[in-house]
Design a protein around this ligand. Structure first.
Ligand SMILES: C[S@@+](CC[C@H](N)C(=O)[O-])C[C@H]1O[C@@H](n2cnc3c(N)ncnc32)[C@H](O)[C@@H]1O
Length: 417
C-alpha cells in the first residue's frame, strides 16, 4: 500500500508544481503530450461556476467530473472532500455551505495542501487536513456530505476508503463522488494501454464492483451513474498506440467512464418520547429559537411577540423549531429550522408533520410557504407549487414576508384535510 501511495504522491507533487509554473493541467488524467483527457475541468463545470472561481484554480484541477451535480449541499452542512488537491471543489463547497457550514479538505500531498492553502486564503469555513483517505483523521459521525473528484480510483485499498467514509458520515449523511470506472472488464494489456493514455485509471473499479464495495461498507441507495464514456479517437490512438492491433484498440474504446457514485448512510432511528420530545414554545425559548433561525439564515419574525405560534423539538437543548402564522383559516409556515449537527435525524419531517397537525387543530385549511432552497423537501411533504399572488395578501403583509423573502423564492401550498 505504501509504495502505491508514495508513487501517487510523487506524481501529484510534480503535477501541481508543473501547473503552478506553466498554467496548464498536467499529471494524472492528462496525457504525456499535454492534451487533457479525463481532467477536462472546463468541460466538467459550467462557465458561470468557473467564472466565479479564483484565477488559475480550474487549471490546477485534476478532477474527472463534477460531484456537485448530485451532491445538493445545503447551507450549514459539513462537507468533506477526499483528495481535495488544489481546492477548486473546496472553494465551490464553501460557497454552498455558507458561513454556518464547514468544509474539510483531506489530502496526503504537501504540495497540494500548500497550493490549496494559498488558493483559499481568507476563506474561513474551509480547513485543510493532511492524511490518508484510507485512515481519515476525523471523528465518527462528524460529516454531512462526502465529495471527491477522481481520487478513490487511485487508492490501493478502496474498500477501506469506503468503510472510513461510512464511519465519518453522520447517520443520514450522503456520499457523492466523481470517479473513473470501468464499464466492462479489460485485459491486463488493455488496462496498461489505458493507463499509458490517461495516466491514472489502472486502479479504476468495474461499476458493479464499486457498487458492491459501497454496499459492503454499509451504504444504502447506492447508485453508479455514468456521466461520460471515454472514446479513444483514431488520431489519439495513432499517436499513443502506433503498435497496437485493431482488436486492442476496440477493447479500450469506450471501456472507461467518469461516473458519479452515490450512497447514503442509513438515518438513525430516534424514538419520540425516548430520544426527543416535542412541545409548544414558551417565552423562555425565544433566545434559542432566534439563534436557531438565524443559524439557518431565517429571520426570527414573530418569535418574541408570539412564541405560542412555534413548536420546538428538544434533544439535548432545542434541536428544531417550526412556526406558523394563522389568519382567517389560512396558515403561513415560515420558520422551519433544524440545528446543524442534528440534520440527519428526520427532525425536519417530524416538525413539518407536527406544525401541520397543530394548524389543523386550530382550524387552518390551507397552509402556504415561500422557500428558496427546500422545494423538494416540501414536495415530499405534500406541498405543490402555486403563484406567489395566490398567498392571501393579509397573510403576506401581516408576516412582513414580502420584506424577507426574495421575489425569486418559490411559493407552495398544501390543503389540510
Ligand atoms: C486526481 S487528483 C484530484 C484532486 C482534486 N480532487 C481535483 O479535483 O482537482 C488526486 C488527489 O488525491 C490525493 N490523493 C491520492 N491518493 C490519496 C490517498 N490515498 N490519501 C489522501 N490523498 C490522496 C492526491 O494527493 C491528489 O491531490
Amino acid at each position: 500500500m505504501e509504495n502505491i501511495r508514495d508513487y501517487v504522491r510523487e506524481r501529484y507533487a510534480k503535477a501541481i508544481k508543473n501547473t503552478t509554473c506553466c498554467c496548464g493541467s498536467g499529471g494524472c488524467c492528462t496525457s504525456a503530450g499535454g492534451a487533457d483527457i479525463l481532467s477536462m475541468t472546463k468541460g466538467n463545470y459550467d462557465g458561470a461556476t468557473l467564472e466565479k472561481t479564483p484565477e488559475h484554480m480550474a487549471d490546477q484541477s485534476f478532477g474527472c467530473g463534477n460531484p456537485f451535480t448530485e451532491a445538493r449541499i445545503h447551507p450549514g452542512e459539513t462537507v468533506l472532500d477526499l483528495g481535495s488537491g488544489a481546492g477548486l471543489d473546496l472553494f465551490l463547497a464553501s460557497e454552498m455551505t455558507g458561513s454556518h457550514g464547514k468544509v474539510i479538505g483531506l489530502d496526503m500531498t504537501d504540495e497540494m495542501l500548500a497550493t490549496a492553502a494559498e488558493n483559499l486564503k481568507g476563506i474561513e469555513n474551509v480547513s485543510l487536513v493532511k492524511g490518508y483517505i484510507e485512515e481519515m483523521p476525523l471523528e465518527d459521525d462528524s460529516v454531512d456530505v462526502i465529495i471527491s473528484n477522481c481520487v478513490i480510483n487511485l487508492s490501493p485499498d478502496k474498500g477501506k476508503v469506503l468503510k472510513e467514509a461510512y464511519r465519518v458520515l453522520r447517520p443520514g449523511g450522503r456520499f457523492c463522488v466523481s470517479d473513473t470506472v470501468f464499464i466492462r472488464p479489460v485485459s491486463e494489456q488493455g488496462t496498461k494501454n489505458l493507463a499509458a493514455w490517461s495516466g491514472c485509471i489502472s486502479g479504476a473499479l468495474l461499476e458493479e464492483e464499486y457498487a458492491a464495495k459501497m454496499k459492503a461498507a454499509g451504504f444504502e441507495h447506492v447508485e453508479v451513474r455514468r456521466s461520460k464514456v471515454y472514446q479513444v479517437p483514431e488520431n489519439v490512438a495513432d499517436m499513443f498506440f502506433p503498435d497496437i492491433s485493431e482488436e486492442e484498440r476496440r477493447e479500450i474504446n469506450g471501456a472507461l467512464a467518469s461516473a458519479i457514485v452515490m450512497g447514503k448512510k442509513p438515518a438513525a432511528d430516534l424514538v419520540e418520547g425516548r430520544d426527543y420530545t416535542l412541545r409548544r414554545a414558551a417565552s423562555d425559548d425565544v433566545p434559542a429559537i432566534t439563534s436557531l433561525l438565524e443559524e439557518n439564515g431565517l429571520t426570527p419574525l414573530g418569535a418574541a411577540e408570539a412564541p405560542e405560534n412555534f413548536l420546538v423539538l428538544e434533544h439535548s437543548g432545542i434541536a428544531a423549531v417550526a412556526g406558523m402564522e394563522i389568519q382567517d383559516g389560512n396558515g403561513l409556515l415560515r420558520s422551519l429550522a433544524v440545528r446543524s449537527h442534528d440534520r440527519k435525524k428526520r427532525f425536519g419531517e417530524r416538525m413539518t408533520r407536527a406544525i401541520m397537525d397543530d394548524a389543523r387543530s386550530r382550524g387552518v385549511r390551507n397552509v402556504y410557504l415561500l422557500t428558496e432552497t427546500a422545494e423538494r423537501f416540501f414536495e415530499r411533504a405534500g406541498f405543490s407549487l402555486v403563484e406567489r399572488d395566490d398567498i392571501p395578501s393579509a397573510l403576506l403583509s401581516s408576516s412582513a414576508l414580502d420584506r424577507v423573502c426574495p421575489a425569486g423564492s418559490t411559493a407552495m401550498m398544501k390543503k389540510l384535510g
